[in-house]
Each structure stands twice: as C-alpha cells, then as structure tokens.
Design a protein around this ligand. Structure first.
Ligand SMILES: [Cu+2]
Length: 339
C-alpha cells in the first residue's frame, strides 16, 4: 500500500512539474528585452490597450568611395564624364516617435525627424569642396493592425503615409556658385516632396531564450513633387534573430535585402552634366545589409519598460545604379519608454 502511495505521489509530482514546464508562456509578450526588434526596424511591435510609448533615436550613416554597379571606380574615372563627383557623405538623423494603442488590435504611430547631411566633393581641376544641409524631414503617420496572435507568434500589418514636411529646396554655396548659393542634389534634400504610402507585414515568434522576426515593407510614392521629380519606390525584406542572455539584455543579428528604384523626372535646377549627384541615372540600388545589435530593458521598478538599444549595420552586398557613393555603415541608437 505504501509503495502505491509513494508511486502516486511521485506521479502527481511529475505531472505538476511537467505542467510547470509545458505551460509557461502561451502568448507572445513584449515584456522582455527582445520583445522589441532590432532598433533600426520600424513598426516591429505593437502595444497593449491604453499603452503609450515615446522613442528618441539617433541614426548616423556614412558613405565613402565611388562604385558603379558592383565595381569600385576611381574619382578620376568618374571625372571623365562629370565636372564634380562626390567623395564621402554623412547623414545624421534625430528621430522622435510616439506610439499609442487605443485597443489591443490597433497601435497608432507618429514620427518626425531632424536631419543633417554633409558631403565632400571633388572638382575636375582637383579642388575639393564641401556642402551641408539640415532641417526637419518628412512626417510619418501609421496604424498597426494585429492580424493574428497565438502560440507565441504574432502577425501584424502597418498602413501609413508620409507627409512632405521635409524641404526639397536646400541650397549651399559651391565654388561654381560663389558667392551665391546653388541648389543641392537629390541626396542632400530633407524629404521626398511627395505624399508617400508605407506598407509592411511583420511576423514575430518567441521561444524561451530566442526570438525571431521577419518583415516585408515598402514605400510607394505617387505623382511628382513641385520640383518635377519623384524618388524611387522601396522594397525591404528584413529578418532577424535575437538571443536573450538576461531578463534585461538581448543580442540580435539581422539581414535586410533592400531595393530602391531610380528617381523619375528631373529637377530643372539641377544640371546632370555638372555633377554626378545631379544625374538621376545615378540613383537606385539593391543591397543586403547585415546588422548586429543589442536591446536592454528595465525589467521591474519605477523605470520598468525603459529601453536602450544599439545596432551597427553594414552592407555585405551592394549594386548601385550608375555612379554613386558606396554605403559603408549605419549606427542606430535608441531610447524608448512605455507606460
Ligand atoms: Cu512602441
């Protein structure tokens, strides 16, 4: 009898333990550091009903050297065709975003940014010069809709648009225009000048230590801006994997394929023979970026849900249409707080 009781007790204990192990988490949760995707991914997560989030982000990107297709070319070679060619460029972007969820099924998002661009160029006579531009960029508004949620996986869609609040009239002094200012090329302008549509579909999954995500996104531009051109449409396929090392820290790896179409139309104030950056034949690209980063999240206490994240991204493949500056690296830093 005692034997049976012991066996019964052992079995009950085993069953209870088994239940403890097989019934931990059935829903996807954002209450872990990798509950948000890598910081460079936009629209990666949604919020719960009544929740707000504020996000301050800093993005630094750097381009250097010339490439034609997937071959490097020298400035001298490019100067056979153009009077001026670019040598390097930095773009610094400070972004402010707010998210609010009126329901579990819907999260609203608004985003504004301030950008500074700096470009070094070289003239055919061998003289270098520099141009700068800065200002607010385009304003993004979006809604994220939960499509499916179950078995620690979710699927949501993003539908948004971009308002042309960024200037496309930026000018600076160049050796050719001095003492006056000349219109700066397409890549030095703050916005697209058109109303653009943003669409994306994001799949997220979670295990106990690992999490993963996949996002297909696009930017569709319509019509023409008041400078008679339209920037290229964009298509991105982003995939990432994260590993949670502690309840406050996770590391991520990301691989993103991007295709950007060429500029359609021509700004009448830009002369394509003058500068490689003013020729719309030199626009559009396909590239594959790799990103390495980490997320941190305060797991409890008064600052619960304060997050800090970082990512370093670099191209492992790039095909640039025409002659363009090579993409080198992108740093993204972000501070997020939800309540
Ligand atoms: Cu958020």
């Amino acid at each position: 009898m005692k034997k049976y009781l012991t066996a019964l007790l052992a079995m009950t204990t085993l069953l209870l333990c088994a239940q403890e192990n097989t019934n931990p988490q059935t829903q996807w949760t954002d209450e872990r550091p990798d509950g948000h995707g890598p910081i460079s991914v936009v629209g990666d997560h949604m919020h719960q009903k009544g929740e707000w989030m504020f996000n301050i982000e800093y993005v630094h990107s750097y381009m250097e050297g010339l490439q034609m297709g997937n071959q490097e070319i020298s400035p001298a070679k490019a100067l056979d065709k153009y009077m001026v060619v670019p040598e390097k460029m930095t773009m610094d972007m400070q972004m402010l975003a707010a998210m609010y969820a009126p329901s579990d099924k819907l999260t609203l998002m608004a985003m504004t940014m301030y950008m500074t661009m700096d470009m070094d160029l070289l003239m055919r006579n061998g003289n270098p010069f520099n141009v700068r531009s800065s200002g607010i960029g385009d304003t993004q508004l979006a809604g994220l809709l939960k499509i499916w949620d179950g078995n620690r996986q979710t699927l949501h869609g993003l539908l948004g648009f971009s308002l042309p609040t960024g200037s496309i009239q930026k000018k600076d002094v160049t050796p050719m225009s001095a003492p006056g200012e000349a219109k700066l090329p397409y890549g030095m302008q703050m916005g697209s000048g058109t109303y653009d549509g943003n669409l994306s579909l994001t799949y997220l999954g979670q295990g106990n230590l690992f999490s993963w995500g996949s996002q297909l996104s696009g930017i569709l531009r319509f019509g023409q801006n008041d400078r008679d051109y339209r920037l290229g449409n964009q298509l991105h396929l982003n995939n990432w994997l994260a590993y949670k090392t502690a309840d406050w820290l996770s590391f991520s790896g990301r691989l993103e394929w991007t295709a950007i179409g060429s500029i359609k139309g021509v700004d009448p104030n830009l002369n394509p023979i003058m500068s490689a950056t003013a020729d719309t034949d030199n626009s559009g690209e396909t590239l594959i970026n790799a990103g390495l980063g980490f997320n941190t999240r305060v797991p409890k206490g008064t600052l619960e849900d304060l997050r800090f994240a970082f990512e370093y991204a670099f191209p492992i493949y790039q095909n640039l249409y025409g002659v363009q500056l090579k993409n080198k690296r992108v740093f993204t830093l972000g501070l997020q707080y939800s309540f």
